[in-house]
Design a protein around this ligand. Sequence first.
Ligand SMILES: [Zn+2]
Length: 108
Amino acid sequence: MKILKGDNVKVLIGKDKGREGLVVKSMPKVGKIVIKGLNLFKKHIKPSQGRPGSIIEKERSLTVSKVALICPSCKKTVRVAYQIDKSGEKSRICRKCKSVLDTPVVKK
Ligand SMILES: [Zn+2]
């Protein structure tokens, strides 16, 4: 997956379109991410054991194809490319400014 935890992304589709946020969770197996403070939904907590019920807002996961990565160097929404260095480590690079987006991607 090209978008990982710790990335800044911009939402392209949906009610939060155009908003930006930090990825706090990535779920490569299902192709989804959670962005801090975005795509919120209200969750009703039932009263239990003397506690009153309440409503909290939680982030709902978003399909990764609905967001674009914001490059930390050129500050634009960019497409990600991969490069593999001499030691075989895979890194993500920005297709626009060619800067490395992170330390090598963790292998499975
Ligand atoms: Zn860039």
